[in-house]
Design a protein around this ligand. Structure first.
Ligand code: HXC
Length: 259
């Protein structure tokens, strides 16, 4: 079934897929259906050997202005518990291929959290990042207190989470939250360019390297180093390792297959 709130493009030649959140009338507010469609789309792309990197964008005005407040406003704690919306987020988090967020305009609340769940963020000059949940009587629930704090440190995260203040793309870049800032006309192109740069690498090495970097967030240094070493050894079982090193020795470009 075609998703209602997503547009999915796939560039077979470059191995890059692009998912666009498409609920512009509500600034891409993340309702349950949109998140479920996103989970299904990412699961399918993760399983597709033609795809090596995924760009996730909204539109020029909004990446996403947060979880859908209309859908949440009347809910009880038990409704929230039974709905278990975060199981969708947990599934998205398991995506093995690299995810690159292309952010323009608002990335607020769940929108900021979704961008932070991606592995890299390219933003337009108009991007605004924020965790404004405090202004509507709640707090971040999809990683805002954890991923933001790890990315930009306690002082800045605390201020954003407790005051709901937005930060600009330039501030986000200086704080280490995002990778690049571009003029509005170029943010998507730049994100796709970054995705293509990753997509020419060995897909196996990319997945294992992503896994190892993410391990740094929830392990001790010793445990993380051990995990890294195992993945490093494991890659010597791949054709791509043979191809990559042979190509270097023969002074030619490698052709990686993901095997
Ligand atoms: C539902 C939303 C929405 C949201 C915007 N809209 N954000 N609908 N949920 N999060 C809708 C508006 O109601 C409006 O619909 C339309 O989008 C355009 O928004 P405006 O407010 O008219 O636009 P503007 O004046 O430009 O203001 C933009 C804005 C503001 C500053 C982004 O919309 C805003 O403050 N939005 C809420 C941001 C927020 O609090 N996010 C956190 C949500 S909680 P109509 O029908 O009136 O045209 C959250 C928890 C995450 O994310 C938990 C984990 C999932």
């Amino acid at each position: 079934m075609q998703p209602e709130f997503l547009i999915i493009h796939q560039q077979v030649a470059t191995h890059v897929a692009h998912i666009q959140l498409n609920r512009p009338e509500a600034l891409n507010a993340l309702n349950l259906q949109l998140m479920s469609e996103l989970k299904d789309a990412l699961k399918a792309l993760d399983a597709d050997p033609q795809v090596r990197a995924v760009v996730l964008s909204g539109n020029e005005k909004a990446f996403a202005a947060g979880a859908d407040i209309t859908q949440m406003a009347g809910k009880s704690a038990i409704d929230m518990y039974n709905t278990d919306q975060f199981s969708t987020w947990d599934a998205i988090k398991k995506t093995k291929k690299p995810l690159i967020a292309a952010v323009s305009g608002f990335a607020l609340g769940g929108g900021c959290e979704l961008a932070m769940l991606c592995d890299m963020i390219v933003a337009s000059e108009t991007a605004r990042f924020g965790q404004p949940e405090i202004k509507i009587g709640v707090m971040p629930g999809a990683g805002g207190t954890q991923r933001l704090t790890r990315a930009i440190g306690k002082a800045r995260a605390m201020e954003m989470v407790l005051t709901g203040r937005f930060i600009t793309a330039e501030e986000a870049l200086a704080a280490g939250l995002i990778n690049r800032v571009t003029p509005v006309a170029l943010y998507l192109e730049e994100a796709v360019k970054l995705a293509k740069e990753v997509a020419v690498m060995s897909p196996l090495a990319v997945k294992m390297a992503k896994e190892a970097v993410l391990k740094a967030f929830d392990s001790s240094l010793e445990e993380g180093l051990h995990f890294e070493r195992r993945n490093f050894y494991l890659l010597f079982a791949s054709e791509d390792q043979k191809e990559g090193m042979q190509a270097f020795l023969e002074k030619r470009a490698p052709a990686f297959k993901g095997e």
